[in-house]
Write a protein that binds this ligand. Sequence first.
Ligand code: CP
Ligand code: NVA
Length: 300
Amino acid sequence: MGVHFTRIWDFEKEEILSLIERAIEIKKNGGLEKEFSGKILGLIFEKPSTRTRVSFEAAMMRLGGNTIFLPTQNLQLSRGEPIKDTARVLSRYLHALVLRTYSQATIEEFAKYSQIPIINGLSDRFHPCQILSDFMTILESGKDPFKTGVVWIGDGNNMANSWIELAAILGFPLIIACPEGFDPDKEVLEQAKKRFSAKIEVLRDPKKAIKGAEIINTDVWTSMGQEEEEELRKKAFKEFQLNKELLSLAHPEAIVLHCLPAHRGEEITEDVLEGPNSVVWDQAENKMWLHMALLEYLIK
Ligand code: CP
Ligand code: NVA
């Protein structure tokens, strides 16, 4: 059983599937009986967030618990207090902690020294909670990723790395279309193939990748922390824009996912984001239901 959720591979296949099933059930029931009275969730964020922060806080409050939002700059961490000291102290006050960081190593160090569950709310390397609620959205839409596979168009970033981990552990085919030099994490990809014999292809041609696809994902070209590379990235990813023309090669009833925030006119066009194939608003909502299921699982 996973005590922490620092990356998808902290959980077994069965745990992942039952978490998603539980999130769908909680959503259908419109919530859960309040059972987290007296429980406190902390959220340490080094980077901005709208969805992850608010959906976790709303999830905890809907469960009857409380939250404390802790921007890193307000903590002694920002003045050099070691992670191992912070983690042990916060474990005495809180019942779980969500972290959004630059380095994945920060989250892992917290997990090593915490006596409470540590949840990855995004790092430069992974965004595991997002991928779970995205998978929930796919299942809810009636699509069968095990049959059709999933297509990723764009940067081989934190989202792509978590998709690789999910595809590997659950066993569905994944195609990643990204320009050369913007591949997903090599170690994650190698482990996925070695450990799980995962069917993951990395292609350079977005048209080939999207042909007949039923489940299509994209994300920003410039992730948080990469702002200096923005101009370079805009050039490198030009052919990877999810626009009407590219989408016309996919299955007519394909669903389009984007974790948001979206940069209209860059990785996705307004008409695709707001069009009939887009499921992005349900996708954003599902973060809250999934986080309720995750908190229930980790804190109880
Ligand atoms: N999708 C997502 O993680 O959004 P935020 O950056 O707003 O949390
Ligand atoms: N890849 C994006 C995801 C934002 C939710 C980033 O890291 O900025």
